[in-house]
Design a protein around this ligand. Structure first.
Ligand SMILES: [Zn+2]
Length: 442
C-alpha cells in the first residue's frame, strides 16, 4: 500500500511537470490498479487518499470527493462561491452532460457522457482533474440524430492509456435490437479507432466483459448465443480470436500473459495456453472434498454389518460440486463465485438477488495457481445495508470491496482469505442511483 502510494505520487509529479511544458503525459497504468467500482453498481472510485463519486447511467453530472483522513465529503468544484446547484456551469454539477460511466485513472476522472443539443446527441469522453479545477472535452466519439437511442451496454474502462468505449445503438420505440460497437480512444495520441459494429438483440449481446492485461484488451463476443473470446492488441490494433473449446459459455479470466481460465457449465474449469493454443481441463477445481468423522458408536448405528473396532474414529469422504457463476483474479488467486457476479455484464446488474431468508448471498471460492481451494468464503450481507438486493465484489489494494446500491463496504483481504470477512463502511455518502432504472434495458 505504502509502496503504491509513493509510485503514484512520482507518476503524478511527472504528469504535472510535463503538462507544465505543454506536452501532456498520461501515466500508463493497468486497469486492475485503478478502480474498485469497475464491477460495482455505482461509480465510486478509490484514490490513494479517498473515494470519488460520480452519478451514472443517465443522471446529470454530480462529482464528489470523500477524503478518508479528514472525513470530509466535498463537491469537485474549485469555484469558491459556487452553490453546485447547476445554475452556473460548475465542474461538479451540470445538466449539460448525462453520465454513462466514470473511471478514475492516472490521477484524473474520465467520464463517458452524452450531451443533447436540439438536433443531435453527442457522445463524449471528458476528463476532470482530481481537484475539480479543470474539465476537458477530449473527444466526441459518436454524433447521432436525436431520434436515436444509445444504450450504455457496458461501463467504460481504461487500460494502458486506452479508453474502451462500448455502446449499443437502437432507435426510439425499439431499443431491444440494433447495433453494438466499441471505440478505443488513445489518451496519449488522441487517436480514435473503432471495431466493426455488430447486431444485438435477444440472442446477441455483442462485445462484453472487457479485461485489460499486458498489451491486450480481452473481451467476450456473444452472437446468436455463441460466445467467442478475442483480444485487441494495443500496439498494432489487430484482433485475434482465441481458440477455446465451443463449450465456453462466456465466463473467463486472464491469469497471466499466457494463461486464460474459462468455464463450461458442465462444471469444468479450462486452462487455455495462448502460446500453444492448448486447453487443459481442471475438473478438480469444482470438487470440494469434505471429511465427516464418526466415532465407533455412530458407525455401528449407520453400518450395522460393518465390523467395528472399538475406540477408533472413522472418516468418511464426501464430494460436493458447485457451479461457477463468475470468476476474477487479483493476480495471486483465482476467485470463483458460486452465486455472486463480479463483472458488469449487463449494465447495472453485476450483483445478484439475495435470498432474504438465508441472507447468505453465496460463496466465493479462493483457488491458488494450482487451482487448489484455499478458502470458501460465505458472503453474508445481513445487516450490511438497508438496500441489500444488488451488490458486487471487487478486490483492490489488499481490500475486498462489497458495494451495494447505497453503500460501499470494505474488508481486509487477509480476513477474507481466512474465511470470515467482516465488512465495514468505507463510503456512505451521496449515492444517487435509482434502483428502479436498473432493469430498464434488460
Ligand atoms: Zn460548483
Amino acid at each position: 500500500m505504502k509502496g503504491k502510494t509513493k509510485i503514484s505520487i512520482i507518476v503524478l509529479a511527472l504528469f504535472f511537470l510535463l503538462a507544465g511544458c505543454g506536452k501532456e503525459e498520461i501515466p500508463i497504468e493497468d486497469f486492475v490498479q485503478s478502480n474498485p467500482a469497475t464491477a460495482a453498481i455505482n461509480n465510486i472510485m478509490k484514490s490513494d487518499t479517498g473515494y470519488y463519486y460520480s452519478a451514472a447511467y443517465g443522471k446529470n453530472l454530480s462529482l464528489h470527493y470523500d477524503d478518508v483522513e479528514s472525513g470530509q465529503n466535498i463537491y469537485l468544484c474549485s469555484k469558491p462561491e459556487c452553490r453546485h446547484d447547476g445554475d452556473v456551469f460548475c465542474t461538479a454539477t451540470s445538466s449539460k452532460y448525462e453520465i454513462n460511466s466514470t473511471y478514475f485513472y492516472g490521477g484524473s476522472l474520465y467520464l463517458d457522457v452524452v450531451e443533447a443539443t436540439e438536433t443531435e446527441l453527442l457522445y463524449k469522453l471528458l476528463r476532470v482533474s482530481a481537484d475539480g479545477s479543470e474539465l476537458t472535452e477530449l473527444v466526441t466519439y459518436l454524433m447521432l440524430n436525436n431520434d436515436s437511442v444509445v444504450i450504455a451496454s457496458q461501463p467504460m474502462m481504461i487500460h494502458r492509456g486506452v479508453a474502451v468505449l462500448p455502446y449499443r445503438l437502437g432507435s426510439i420505440g425499439n431499443a431491444d435490437e440494433g447495433v453494438t460497437g466499441t471505440y478505443f480512444y488513445n489518451l496519449v495520441t488522441g487517436e480514435l479507432t473503432a471495431l466493426p459494429e455488430l447486431e444485438y438483440g435477444a440472442r446477441s449481446n455483442g462485445r462484453e466483459r472487457f479485461i485489460g492485461h499486458g498489451d491486450y484488451i480481452y473481451f467476450n463476443t456473444q452472437m446468436n448465443r455463441k460466445n467467442t473470446l478475442s483480444r485487441y492488441c494495443l500496439t498494432d490494433g489487430t484482433v485475434e480470436e482465441l481458440e477455446l473449446l465451443n463449450t465456453y459459455v462466456g465466463i473467463y479470466e486472464v491469469m497471466d500473459e499466457d494463461t486464460v481460465y474459462y468455464y463450461y457449465s458442465g462444471e469444468t474449469l479450462f486452462e487455455y495456453k495462448i502460446s500453444t493454443k492448448e486447453t487443459i481441463p481442471h475438473e478438480e477445481a469444482f470438487l470440494k472434498r469434505n471429511m465427516t468423522y464418526f466415532d465407533a458408536d455412530d458407525m455401528e448405528l449407520l453400518f450395522p454389518d460393518l465390523e467395528i473396532t472399538d475406540g477408533l474414529t472413522y472418516g468418511m469422504e464426501t464430494i460436493d460440486r458447485y457451479k461457477c457463476q463468475d470468476m476474477m483474479t487479483d493476480g495471486t488467486y483465482l476467485y470463483v463465485a458460486e452465486t455472486v457476479d463480479f463483472h458488469n455484464v449487463n449494465m447495472l446488474l453485476p450483483g445478484m438477488v439475495v435470498d432474504a431468508e438465508e441472507m447468505i448471498a453465496g460463496y466465493v471460492h479462493v483457488l491458488d495457481r494450482e487451482l487448489t481451494e484455499i478458502a470458501k468464503v460465505p458472503i453474508n450481507i445481513k445487516g450490511l445495508a438497508d438496500y441489500y438486493e444488488n451488490f458486487s465484489i471487487k478486490i483492490l489494494d489488499n481490500t475486498v470491496y462489497l458495494q451495494t446500491v447505497n453503500t460501499v463496504y470494505g474488508c481486509p483481504l487477509q480476513d477474507f482469505l481466512a474465511g470470515e470477512p467482516v465488512f465495514t463502511t468505507v463510503y456512505d455518502h451521496v449515492i444517487e442511483i435509482n434502483p428502479g432504472t436498473v432493469w430498464q434495458w434488460q
